[in-house]
Design a protein around this ligand. Structure first.
Ligand SMILES: *[C@@H]1O[C@H](CO)[C@@H](O)[C@H](O)[C@H]1NC(C)=O
Ligand SMILES: *[C@@H]1O[C@H](CO)[C@@H](O)[C@H](O)[C@H]1NC(C)=O
Ligand SMILES: *[C@@H]1O[C@H](CO)[C@@H](O)[C@H](O)[C@H]1NC(C)=O
Length: 577
């Protein structure tokens, strides 16, 4: 009980921090103060053991009715209570529904096994959760395991993906029949919920779905998914406010942490993700994909992302906007998986573009990355669109090491979901920006590792005309990679900065629209590389990038930026001119 209080206090301290980070947002402060008052300081002591209600716990007989009876008994107590499971038992169950003031307590050696039969779940697809929390001041805690028994669902498939049983049910989404299977834990229309300590195993859909809820904390939870099961996400937050994820360990095939808004009147506000270890065969932290309502004040800090197909992603495809997002103290390892999995080995991916022809796209604004260290096979992708320019991006203190981890073919951009889909035959830039206003890159260090991947290209690539008011300060480049095709020094020096856009932006400035470019002290301070010997050539690289490319005409842009072979030919032409 004490421990729990400490954790709750941690939650609100963290929340307070969040408010402070969301500088100038008085509403946030008020919201958190209100929540702190609302949380009862003493959790209920009244207990309702499941065995008193007939639970057997042999892993074979269904204990659904017994567990539900224990929950209902606890609700009869005025202050609620704790449903107690016994150690060393396995409780096979269909859906149970948690009620106000009740928490489930699962000791370390106890397991809840999810029934895998259609009749274990209610009538309608939208209600398919093994444990559904629709309650106030309720939750799940303990160190025990909730096991979805995914192996009962999977069969065949290939080395990349297993086939998963789906039910044919008229209530399932027509556009996505493959989703016709249950989630593990649902928190829906709830207030003051804590899920703490438990281990969620082998889910065939989402492990935790937080929907239309407020003041929800998920802490010290581990989520282990089968890496071959599509759609198995970790924690999905939709249309909820004040959500805290603290120190969770998540490993899933689909997105590990996913924030989406599926209803226009249900925004996401005030989310703090603090601490934790994440691995995903798709996206580790995914904001968007569906953005029907806005999302604001989202803070992510002290997180380690390992072996993911994409690290941090913000993808706006619908009318809702995303604003006020901070990522701090995050380390990322991004590498290629087979391309049916979303992602393309990018540490950071921010895109805002239409889902379908003519669809309205929300804005992305005020997104700040501070102290990010990444080791990745591909670079940072920032791409707005003509109807939705990325506004106010700050990359400050980024250490990006381009490293070859796999031999899986790269050289593509993954704009899924949406109109643009997969774009093939592109060179990979360390930082690629298009359709952005007021972007700041400062103290950015890019290391091109050895051996190179064949598609690696520029350090900084900016699409002409589409980027305005860019400030680049203290950009360092270390090129340790050999030219992949055994090419010339000149070709190797393409890993500089595309300068064509400088002229364009300066031209804009002259025409008086207030755009500016600020390039200062880049590499001038010398390079603090791990290899002193490369310092001089690094400075040269940038300089030659600046000088040579500035001379090359606009027509060259596409070739240089898009095709490595094009770049090589262009350089040879310039060099011999
Ligand atoms: C960062 O998170 C880890 C858990 O993932 C925790 O052990 C550590 O104390 C946190 N560090 C800080 C500075 O908050
Ligand atoms: C940057 O973040 C890492 C964790 O990724 C942390 O260990 C380090 O202390 C941070 N550095 C600064 C200067 O905040
Ligand atoms: C980042 O890490 C540094 C060093 O560990 C710490 O002082 C700072 O408070 C952290 N910032 C956040 C927002 O976690």
């Amino acid at each position: 009980m004490k421990r729990e209080n400490i954790h709750l206090r941690g939650f609100f301290l963290a929340s307070f921090l969040l408010t402070q980070l969301a500088a100038g947002q008085d509403e946030a402060l008020l919201a958190f103060e209100a929540a702190e008052e609302a949380i009862p300081s003493i959790p209920p002591e009244f207990t309702c053991p499941v065995k008193d209600h007939g639970a057997i716990g042999d892993g074979t007989a269904y204990d659904t009715a017994a567990i539900q009876a224990a929950i209902d008994a606890c609700t009869k107590n005025k202050d609620g209570g704790v449903v107690i499971f016994d150690e060393e038992k396995q409780y096979l169950t269909g859906q149970v529904i948690l009620k106000d003031g009740v928490r489930l307590r699962l000791p370390e050696s106890a397991t809840i096994l999810a029934g895998s039969k259609r009749e274990n779940y209610p009538k309608s697809y939208g209600d398919w959760y093994l444990i559904l929390l629709e309650c106030q001041n309720c939750g799940i805690d303990g160190e025990g395991r909730i096991d979805a028994q995914g192996t009962l669902w999977t069969y065949g498939g290939n080395l990349e993906q297993k086939q998963v049983t789906t039910w044919e049910d008229p209530s399932c989404p027509k556009h996505a029949p493959e989703e016709c299977r249950p989630h593990l834990v649902g928190v829906r229309d709830s207030f003051q919920v804590t899920i703490q300590g438990v281990q969620l195993y082998d889910s065939v859909h989402w492990a935790v779905h937080i929907l239309r809820s407020e003041a929800v904390a998920v802490m010290g939870v581990s989520i282990w998914g089968d890496p071959l099961v599509p759609l198995s996400r970790g924690i999905v937050i939709d249309g909820s406010r004040r959500v805290y994820l603290g120190g969770n360990v998540i490993s899933t095939a689909d997105d590990a942490v996913s924030l989406k808004t599926t209803a226009a009147d249900k925004p996401i506000e005030f989310v703090l993700v603090d601490g934790g270890l994440i691995q995903s065969k798709s996206v580790a932290i995914q904001i968007g994909d569906e953005t029907r309502a806005h999302m604001s004040t989202l803070v992510f800090q002290n997180i380690t992302i390992q072996q993911s197909h994409r690290g941090l992603a913000l993808t706006v495809r619908d009318e809702g906007s995303v604003t006020g997002v901070q990522f701090t103290n995050i380390s990322i390892e991004a590498l290629f998986f087979e391309r049916s999995w979303k992602g393309a080995a990018e540490p950071i991916h921010i895109t805002a573009m239409p889902r379908t022809v003519g669809s309205k796209v929300g804005m992305v604004s005020d997104v700040r990355f501070t102290n990010i260290s990444a080791s990745a096979e591909a670079g940072v992708v920032v791409a707005g669109s003509p109807g939705s320019t990325i506004e106010g991006l700050v990359l400050e203190g980024l250490n990006l090491e381009l490293v070859r981890h796999t031999d899986i073919p790269g050289g593509f951009l993954d704009y899924r979901p949406g109109l643009r889909g997969l774009v093939d035959d592109v060179t990979t830039s360390a930082i690629f920006i298009e359709h952005a206003n007021h972007a700041t890159l400062s103290n950015v260090e890019v290391v091109w590792g050895k051996p190179a991947r064949p598609e690696w290209g520029q350090t900084l690539e900016i699409t002409p005309h589409s980027v305005h008011a860019l400030s680049v300060q203290n950009l360092f480049v270390h090129d340790e990679s050999a030219h992949p095709a055994g090419g010339t020094e000149a070709a190797g020096s393409t890993r500089g900065i595309m300068m064509e856009w400088v002229r364009k932006i300066q031209a804009n400035l002259r025409s008086g629209n207030g755009a500016f470019l600020n390039l200062e002290a880049n590499a001038a301070r010398g390079v603090t590389g791990r290899r002193a010997a490369s310092s001089a050539s690094v400075a040269m690289l940038i300089l030659s990038g600046l000088v040579v490319l500035a001379l090359v005409g606009f027509a060259l842009y596409d070739q240089v930026a898009r095709r490595r072979s094009g770049a090589k030919a262009a350089f040879e032409k310039v060099a011999s001119a």
